[in-house]
Design a protein around this ligand. Structure first.
Ligand code: SF4
Length: 377
């Protein structure tokens, strides 16, 4: 497939590095890096003045021998890979950690990291499984406790005005990424799905204010570039954790073009604007709980199906790739009914079960090629 634009070198460097060079730059300015691992953590709360949030990844992890000593063999490889990097000391420059009890696997990551590393700052948010008003108030309380703890530990201000400024700044990032995402709706999008995932991965693992200028440069180039016109099929990715652009690159090496993503680390619904009216902690609580792309929000199955169908129409895809992490319980339960529901809506689906690190590239290509042939592409 011909690619009319390429990514700025800095983005590629960040994608292949466990710690973004922009993290070092922000820390030199005496800002503290707060790591998180799950989409239920509302980023603006970690982005108040003096702090910045960093979604940690484990690019290039080649094995998990140390993490395997502490984790049971049915823990997903996302958690296993991040713990391996922690034990190797890769994240030693991180100033604090915020987790969510989003699933038992993430909970084990929190327990082990706390027990083995005793970080100076570590906190876990208890996230409700529902979206009712009572759940929003519960989540607000959780965020309020975290805001207080961050303020005490790092001597930063987390009052309403500081949170409103952080929400406004995050909305600027979200608007820019939506503009880039919208380019993928064109008949001939100028960027690949692997490129888009690289931008998301680089942005979420860097201080937002420092990455925005680089994203803007890319957007200006891409929006005036010619589109990709030799792809075979348009695909939507749905499913669990997928922060590795190289995985999408292998899928796209078959001639498929991934034009939308509704994964835990993707753009739908994560790029929706944050409401900036009212009490900021309630706004952030509501925002966290609107993130229903994760099947841990068990009562939202029908809404998830409807949203995937709507995204499939909006991005005019030929089929959906449902990628799920091996041993992920939540997706393990949901995948089959999800596939049935999508097929009932006449949307072809390919299920791919995967490990965190890329392997068996040939097998992956064969599966995607067979899927496209089954759709007559
Ligand atoms: S991939 Fe599944 S099991 Fe692993 S952290 Fe995400 S939700 Fe939990």
């Amino acid at each position: 497939m011909k690619q009319p634009v390429s990514l700025p070198r800095l983005i590629n460097d960040i994608v292949d590095s466990p710690i973004s060079p922009l993290v070092d730059k922000a820390q030199e300015a005496d800002r503290k890096a707060i790591a998180y691992t799950c989409s239920f953590v509302p980023e603006p709360l970690l982005n108040v003045e003096g702090l910045f949030g960093v979604r940690v990844r484990a690019p290039g992890v080649s094995g998990t021998p140390m993490a395997d000593t502490y984790l049971s063999n049915v823990i997903c490889s996302t958690v296993r890979s991040i713990l391996e990097f922690v034990l190797e000391g890769t994240f030693s420059s991180i100033n604090g950690w915020v987790f969510t009890a989003s699933c038992d696997h993430m909970r084990r990551l929190y327990d082990n990291l706390d027990y083995l590393e005793h970080p100076d700052f570590i906190h876990i948010l208890d996230v409700p499984h529902k979206r009712s008003e009572a759940a929003v108030q519960w989540m607000r309380e959780e965020l309020s406790m975290l805001a207080e703890k961050l303020a005490d530990k790092f001597n930063v201000v987390t009052d309403d005005a500081a949170l409103s400024r952080a929400i406004d700044a995050h909305n600027e990032y979200l608007a820019l990424m939506r503009d880039i995402s919208d380019l993928r709706k064109r008949d001939h999008p100028p960027l690949t799905g692997a490129m888009f995932q690289a931008l998301i991965a680089a942005a979420s693992s860097s201080p937002t204010d420092l990455i925005i200028p680089h994203l803007r440069v890319f957007y200006e180039t891409a929006r005036n570039a010619p589109g990709i016109d030799d792809y075979r099929a348009r695909l939507l990715m749905a499913g669990s954790h997928c922060d590795d652009p190289h995985y999408i690159r292998v899928i796209e090496s078959t001639g498929a073009l991934v034009v939308g993503d509704r994964t835990c680390t993707g753009s739908i619904p994560a790029l929706a604007p944050i409401d900036d009216e009212g009490d900021p902690l309630t706004v952030l609580a509501r925002r966290s709980l609107s993130n229903i792309s994760c099947p841990r929000m068990m009562e939202e199955f029908d809404t998830r199906v409807e949203e995937i169908i709507a995204a499939a129409k909006e991005f005019r895809v030929d089929g959906v790739v449902l990628e799920t992490m091996k041993f992920c319980d939540t997706w393990g339960v949901e995948a089959s009914p999800m596939i049935n529901a999508l097929r009932k809506a006449k949307i072809p689906v390919l299920r791919l079960e995967r490990e965190y690190s890329l392997g068996s590239e040939g097998q992956l290509q064969t599966r995607v090629q067979a899927f496209m042939e089954s759709m007559g592409k």
